[in-house]
Design a protein around this ligand. Structure first.
Ligand SMILES: CC(=O)CC(=O)SCCNC(=O)CCNC(=O)[C@H](O)C(C)(C)COP(=O)(O)OP(=O)(O)OC[C@H]1O[C@@H](n2cnc3c(N)ncnc32)[C@H](O)[C@@H]1OP(=O)(O)O
Length: 443
């Protein structure tokens, strides 16, 4: 006595979720050492014994002043540097030592953020089915995802995916991948963890190498984690952001504009000064394509925004070309100011900041100059407890159905990948094309 064999269609339906993926929990963490941006040029030239390079120091000072950054957190402190003086020399073969440190520190920082995301989600870590881990410091296997799974006590059956050297687009790409996993595997609960410590790319200043000076002014260390799943269990899980669409767009002929390379001395990167303009020139087209795919006509100022704050000038260009009102990018600017550019991790901090701002607004408190009241901030430094109350927000599906748009945002990614994240419904779009239907603006 058996039931009639299921059709392929029935099997397929049973395997997949009914509803859209949603962010069900968020956590962030930073290393304990905090560096004020105003003090950084003095600190950096002192610890690298480079005080004599006065022109470069003046340049770093100019960039720091214009960076929109107030402070950053760093794993590499003076004590660690004293134990590894060769880290200041780009030519010294220090990769092994850097990878040794990063292999332990990167997953540990991720575990701090993930533990908070799991607590925020409200279910046990053993119920996580998939893990996506993104870092630019992973130059070894077994890699950080395995160590993180072990630190958190995840199930041995958890499906692990490692994104290496994705840099800033690791955040958006991880969210997109998590959406696809969650919607295609009924009951899946995906832990996304992005974790970066800039130690792998720390060097002393060098004439003729302006990229290094820029990186020294921009990058900070941190980890962000989210839990993604569809069909939330009522009274246990709550959707913070629903994900309606995810896409990625690559601007052709930009291969040389942002690059990273591991060599015997660590990681070297190049960031072209064209980046802010490239993103500004192409952002509107990416947005229109993303919203067309949803059949939605959006007014940019009707949306909310979660852009990866790669640099102050990037936010300025996007704000200008889209004609965004003051304050629309406040969450991104706040995260840039308080943490710097933490690569793929940063957009998770922006989502957390948006949530915090909504909670503050809901409580009727006011913002001063676009800033939320003092951050007891929901994020963790080291193992400190998070003092923030958990906001209780629920998504409404109006946007996904093409009615009035209440929200959307864009984590930005290097060399042109864009992910749009909506307020109530969260829109994540993923498009890749070598032959775009309309010309791209490349300069
Ligand atoms: C795409 C992604 O989002 C992925 C990433 O996160 S990768 C990192 C992306 N970030 C960036 O590309 C940085 C964006 N740039 C900025 O935010 C700003 O240009 C900045 C803060 C660096 C400078 O501010 P600004 O308003 O442009 O000031 P400006 O006076 O024009 O420039 C200051 C100095 O920065 C230098 N500079 C600007 N961009 C540079 C770059 N990419 N590389 C090296 N130096 C750079 C300028 O040459 C200038 O040097 P001098 O003072 O010696 O002339």
């Amino acid at each position: 006595m058996g039931s009639a064999p299921a059709t392929v269609g029935e099997i397929r339906r049973a395997q997949r979720a009914d509803g859209p993926a949603a962010v069900l929990g968020i956590g962030t963490a930073n290393p304990p050492t905090c560096m004020a941006q105003d003090d950084y040029p003095d600190y950096y030239f002192r610890v690298t014994n480079s005080e004599h390079l006065t022109d470069l120091k003046a340049k770093l000072t100019r960039i720091c002043k214009k960076s929109g950054i107030r402070q950053r957190y760093m794993h590499l402190n003076e004590e660690l540097l004293a134990a590894h003086p060769d880290f200041t020399d780009r030519k010294s073969p220090s990769l092994d030592a850097r990878v040794d440190i990063a292999s332990a520190a990167v997953p540990e920082l991720a575990a701090s953020a993930a533990a908070k995301a799991i607590a925020d989600w409200g279910r046990p870590a053993t119920e996580i089915t998939h893990l996506i881990f993104s870092t630019y410091s992973g130059a070894r296997a077994p890699s950080g995802d395995r160590r993180l799974a072990s630190l958190l006590g995840l199930s041995p059956t958890v499906s692990r995916t490692m994104l290496n050297l994705h840099g800033c687009y690791g955040g958006g790409r991880s969210l997109q991948l998590a959406k696809e996993l969650a919607e295609n595997n009924r009951g899946a609960r995906v832990l996304v963890a992005c974790s970066e410590i800039s130690l792998i790319a720390f060097y002393g200043p060098e004439g003729g190498c302006p990229d290094n000076i820029l990186g020294q002014a921009l990058f900070g260390d941190g980890s962000g984690a989210v839990i993604i799943g569809a069909d939330p269990v009522s009274n246990v899980e709550r959707p913070l952001f629903e994900m309606a669409l995810a896409s990625q767009t690559t601007i052709p002929d930009t291969e040389d504009d942002i690059s990273m390379e591991i060599n015997k001395g660590g990681m070297e990167y190049h960031i072209s000064n064209k980046v802010p303009r490239l993103l500004g020139c192409n952002v509107e087209r990416c947005l229109i394509d993303a919203f067309d795919a949803l059949g939605v006509r959006a007014k940019w100022n009707d949306l909310f925004w979660a852009i990866h704050p790669g640099g102050r000038a990037i936010l300025d260009h996007i704000e200008e070309v889209l004609g965004l009102d003051d304050g629309k990018l406040a969450a991104s600017r706040h995260v840039l100011s308080e943490f710097g550019n933490m690569s793929g991790t940063t957009v998770i901090f922006v989502l957390d900041e948006l949530r915090r701002r909504r909670a503050v607004k809901k409580e009727g408190r006011h913002y001063r100059n676009g800033e939320a009241p003092a951050a007891g901030s929901g994020h963790q430094r080291g193992n400190a407890e998070c003092p923030m109350p958990r906001p209780r927000l629920r998504a409404s599906p109006s946007h996904a159905h093409g009615k009035q748009q209440s929200a959307a945002g864009l984590p930005y990614v290097p060399s042109a990948s864009v992910d749009a994240i909506g307020d109530d419904p969260l829109v994540v779009v993923h498009v890749e094309s070598d032959a775009p239907p309309r010309p791209w603006l490349a300069s």
